[in-house]
Design a protein around this ligand. Structure first.
Ligand code: NCD
Length: 325
């Protein structure tokens, strides 16, 4: 049996060991059968965590993550409140520190979820709080619940739980996309036989430190700047948008340069048909222009199912962080 997760604060996919990861994913599969498969006849609410509540503080825009956390908490019988635009809507606007925010919010709720553009801010709030905590995305670092829901999606779509031998290409923005960082780490941590490549303009290749780390843990194949070459022969293409908000102001020249390169990295139906018609297509969404909607009707376009998987995964995680059985 996996060690209990009750009371834990989760900032990274590395915070769950393989047994704990498996336990959360197994429970997520069960919740998927109950809540996602029978879309219209799903139960309204379970009575598992009735009387408890969740607060989400979002210092950055969110649709899927915030709303699926809310839905997940409510499906378990909890109450849930999300503060959007938290930088303006909370005492942060008056200059309150992240540590004070963590200290202040803890007695008001049973479960705290935070997203921030500032990598360290999420850690500061977590450290100062004394309740179960989940990082819902910290700057360009990590987005662990996205990583776990992506693994749930891979398991459902590929009908396997063993990703040794899987070939996955991460497209778009492996430098700044935290969803790529979390899934790449998660796969490398648990499957040394997974094969991965990053496909992007050279300026968006990940930091050397991540590449080095991946090389020691899995079959890391390096980075390429050619979309066709990167797509060829892979089982999964995990596409992301260029995370322009991370560098538009600080590096305007890079932003301009990348604007010109965008068309070369656009995935559309013609390209998929030509290069790799069997590839499983994933994307954490939102998309901008890197993924043509003409791909949406392909059977292996999994990104809308992937977004729906956020609810059962987050249900499983909230459940395990608050209660053992
Ligand atoms: C991602 C994020 O916020 O990192 N969105 C999400 O949570 N599904 C991806 C993105 O914004 O590009």
């Amino acid at each position: 049996m996996a060690a209990s997760l009750v009371g834990r604060k989760l900032l990274s996919v590395e915070d769950l060991d393989p047994d704990q990861t498996r336990e959360v994913l197994d429970l997520a599969h069960e919740y998927h059968m109950k809540f996602v498969v029978p879309q219209l006849t799903r139960p309204r609410r379970l009575d598992i965590l009735t009387g408890l509540d969740m607060i989400g503080l979002f210092y950055e825009p969110s649709s899927r993550t915030a709303l699926s956390f809310r839905r997940a908490a409510m499906n378990l019988g909890m109450d849930a409140a999300i503060v959007f635009e938290a930088a303006e809507q909370t005492s942060k606007a008056k200059g309150e520190s992240d540590a004070d925010t963590g200290r202040i919010v803890s007695p008001y709720t049973d479960f705290l979820v935070v997203r921030s553009p500032v990598v360290e801010a999420v850690r500061e709030i977590a450290l100062a709080s004394n309740i179960p905590f989940v990082n819902a995305g910290n700057g360009d670092d990590e987005h662990p619940t996205q990583g776990w829901l992506d693994q749930l999606t891979l398991e459902r779509e590929l009908k396997t739980r063993d990703f040794n031998g899987l070939k996955i290409a991460f497209l778009g923005d492996p430098r700044f996309a935290r969803s790529i960082h979390s899934l790449a780490k998660l796969l490398a941590l648990h499957y040394e036989g997974v094969e991965m490549t990053f496909v992007a303009p050279e300026k968006l290749w990940p930091q050397e430190e991540l590449c080095q780390w991946l090389s020691t843990r899995c079959r890391f194949k390096g980075c390429v700047a050619d979309l066709k070459a990167g797509l060829e022969g892979v089982d999964v293409a995990y596409i992301t948008r260029i995370q322009a908000e991370r560098f538009r102001d600080s590096q305007p020249d890079l932003f301009e340069q990348l604007q010109a390169e965008r068309p070369k990295f656009r995935v559309n139906n013609t390209l998929i048909e030509q290069v790799n018609p069997d590839v499983l297509l994933m994307h954490p969404l939102p998309r901008v222009d890197e993924l043509d909607p003409d791909v949406d009707t392909r059977k292996k376009a999994a990104y809308f199912r992937q977004a729906a998987n956020g609810v059962p995964l987050r249900m499983a995680l909230i459940h395990r962080l608050l209660q053992d059985d």
